[in-house]
Design a protein around this ligand. Sequence first.
Ligand SMILES: NC(=O)c1ccc[n+]([C@@H]2O[C@H](COP(=O)([O-])OP(=O)(O)OC[C@H]3O[C@@H](n4cnc5c(N)ncnc54)[C@H](O)[C@@H]3O)[C@@H](O)[C@H]2O)c1
Length: 322
Amino acid sequence: MTILLTGGAGFIGSNLAKQLLEEGHQVICLDNLDSYYAPDIKWKNVQQTLSIPAYHFHQGDIRDSDLVDTLFQTYAFDAVIHLAARAGVRPSVQDPALYYDVNVNGTLTLLQAMQRFGVTKMVFASSSSVYGDSPQVPFTETDSADRPLSPYAASKRAAELLCHTFHNLYSFDIFCLRFFTVYGPLQRPEMAISQFTESILNGQAINVFGDGSTARDYTYVDDIVSGIIQSLKNLKGYEVLNIGGADPISLANLIRVIEQAVGQTALINRLPMQPGDVQQTYADIRKATQLIDYHPSVRVEDGIQRFVDWFRSRQDADLVMK
Ligand SMILES: NC(=O)c1ccc[n+]([C@@H]2O[C@H](COP(=O)([O-])OP(=O)(O)OC[C@H]3O[C@@H](n4cnc5c(N)ncnc54)[C@H](O)[C@@H]3O)[C@@H](O)[C@H]2O)c1
């Protein structure tokens, strides 16, 4: 398949690009290397695949409709995997307009280009944050998801709804995948696991928001990648699917697991809960299991160990470069 991969220079996108290329697909990556975190990191991600002939990188914005049209004219896309977004719950509280513009208008720009060029298949990266503080766990796709707590969550839910509209109007096949906190090699540096690992390794205090009882259903990036690829293989109609680890862990226990993997104790700087944060996330994955044969296989203890090993090897490599 020839695939337009938006956001392919990011954390999940660059892990996914490698796997798609290994499976023989042609990957056309569109990413503006935005400054949410260091563009250098994204550029390094891209360089891992840049020499592969089936991989093409275009630096640009999904909201640039002329550029998007040029890509659709140049390549005969079979499908779009749309990961490009302004990610992150907390920063979205400070700049809701930017989150709305990139995540909603950007998605609309792509959907309209698909309609103009007759491309009818999309896998869209949504988020568990759309469930808000739903008291009922695990979260299932039939929950109303109409009480988002942050501009980021609202923008993802709005984009899901737009995807449904294009499915209805033009018979697009679209799966909206609600990812539950993703971690693993190349993880975004501002995410908790990355921050905690770095600070514990360097003997610095970690910022812990709340009393440690908040829980997240962490999902190893390889399981996310397999959820996306399985969706691509089974794309039919419009579906919303939870892609999670289905095994939540409290923040306090997560810190213990990281301490064990690093072999050092964390110094804790306790801070109040942040606006927009939810108390817990927990995926009911029965629908994904049934529809796309999704089976998360990496337990958090193993995944964290793999992440810490990767983090250390990258730090060592950076030291050699200096
Ligand atoms: N990482 C998670 O835990 C998680 C959880 C739920 C959902 N998601 C979603 O999965 C997707 C990938 O997340 P990630 O963690 O890899 O984030 P990331 O920030 O590493 O990747 C997103 C990529 O999109 C690019 N981008 C941003 N704005 C763009 C624009 N206007 N035009 C083109 N490219 C643009 C960025 O440069 C970046 O490379 C996002 O849609 C995110 O909302 C991630």
